[in-house]
Design a protein around this ligand. Structure first.
Ligand code: ADP
Length: 370
């Protein structure tokens, strides 16, 4: 059984082809610069054609129809989607509907789906949503204390993201600890360009740091994370900023980049800090402090954790930073709580969920009452 996993970003398509049982990774690749001026690939539909041509040329498949199923990463499924789902016209409508909540992601995810439908119309396609893992968060944790009508009218609440990564890391951590996931509590920290922390109680997400959008929570490469919204109004007034301009500042010009003034990448920031640059030192201190605060909050929410796990480009490759964090919180977190570095593999998780979905009868969806 061959399962293809597709992860469409705004100008890229990441893909991995697995053979089950195993699973064995038999092909992987990245198609970049989609839609950019210098590129011959104009859109994601064309990108998918290139992807299949590559697979045929590499002889890992003889024809597109040979693939058993395709698992797509889809960013936003809001409240309707709690599990992986077969992609049919109804689900396509749902993904389109939530494009409003994830304008940079859902439309390109959909373009990848449509491209695959064209080339491999008979192959089952499954959507795995970034938001799905967090659908177990209780209402008291996902609500914002706004007038309730905005939740009912517009679905304004915390959704959380990076769900597939947190789920994968939790599974791995349970294996490392040699305990069933249903019997342990974990705090998983996905620290990459985008950063989020999740509190996982007996295998289920009970809170996460990203919110209605991926802007809330930790300090990230270019995103501010938590901020007093009144400061945003104040800045808009003082600088005469439009909504779009303010959105760009919070999402693309803030975070590590905004504070350091050097980069969104932690490597040059660390280098400059070593040379004594004060703003990069501050950026690192702020970054760590915010992680520490969230770990503290989730440690309390969970009433203790068996392990605190780190993943993502920063989490996997900066052991000294993690050691520093461990030392800083050793006054609260007991020695028996393990600190684990667990490389994430969202594509493998999507492949496993797709296989699980396709080999079992899909569950009927229950409509959630608001
Ligand atoms: P994305 O969220 O875009 O997938 P990544 O998970 O690749 O991003 O994380 C990017 C961050 O990880 C950057 O800050 C980068 O500096 C850091 N990073 C990646 N590789 C290393 C490394 N080998 N050493 C230190 N930091 C790294």
């Amino acid at each position: 059984m061959k399962i293809l996993v597709i992860n469409c970003g705004s100008s890229s398509i990441k893909y991995k082809l697995y053979k089950f049982p195993g699973p064995t990774l038999i092909a992987k690749g990245l198609i970049e610069q989609i839609g950019e001026k210098a590129s011959s690939i104009k859109d994601h539909t064309q990108g998918i054609q290139v992807l299949f041509k590559r697979l045929l040329r590499q002889k890992v498949i003889r024809q597109p129809g040979e693939i058993s199923s395709i698992g797509h990463r889809v960013v936003h499924g809001a409240e309707t989607v709690r599990k992986p789902n077969i992609i049919n016209d109804r689900l396509i409508k749902t993904i389109k509907k939530y494009s409003e909540l994830a304008p940079l992601h859902n439309p390109v995810n959909l373009a990848g789906i449509m491209g695959c439908r064209k080339i491999a119309p008979k192959v089952k396609q499954v959507a795995v949503f970034d938001t799905a893992f967090h659908q177990t968060i209780p209402q008291y944790a996902y609500m914002y204390a706004l007038p309730f009508s905005y939740y009912k009218k517009y679905g304004v609440r915390k959704y959380g993201f990076h769900g597939t990564s947190h789920q994968f890391v939790a599974k791995q951590a349970a294996q490392i600890l040699g305990k069933p996931l249903s019997k342990i509590n974990l705090i998983t920290c996905h620290l990459g360009n985008g950063c989020s922390i999740t509190a996982i109680k007996k295998g289920k997400s009970i809170d996460t740091s990203m919110g209605f959008t991926p802007l809330e929570g930790l300090i990230m490469g270019t995103r501010s994370g938590d901020i007093d919204v009144a400061a945003v109004f104040y800045l808009m007034q003082k600088e005469k900023l439009s909504l779009d301009a303010m959105d760009k500042i919070l999402n693309r010009k803030s975070g590590l980049l905004g504070i350091s003034g050097i980069s969104n990448d932690i490597r040059p920031i660390k280098d400059a800090a070593k040379r004594g640059n004060q703003r990069t030192k501050l950026a690192l201190e702020m970054f760590l402090y915010r992680v520490k605060k969230y770990i503290g909050a989730y440690y309390c929410a969970l009433c203790g954790a068996d392990a605190i796990c780190f993943t993502g480009g920063i989490g996997e490759n900066n052991p000294r930073l993690i050691a520093r964090l461990k030392n800083d919180i050793s006054c609260i977190v007991p020695k028996k709580t393990k600190f684990l570095i667990v490389p994430t593999d969202e594509e493998l998780m999507i492949a496993q969920l797709t296989r699980q979905f396709c080999t079992k009868r899909p569950l009927k969806r229950k409509k959630k009452k608001r």
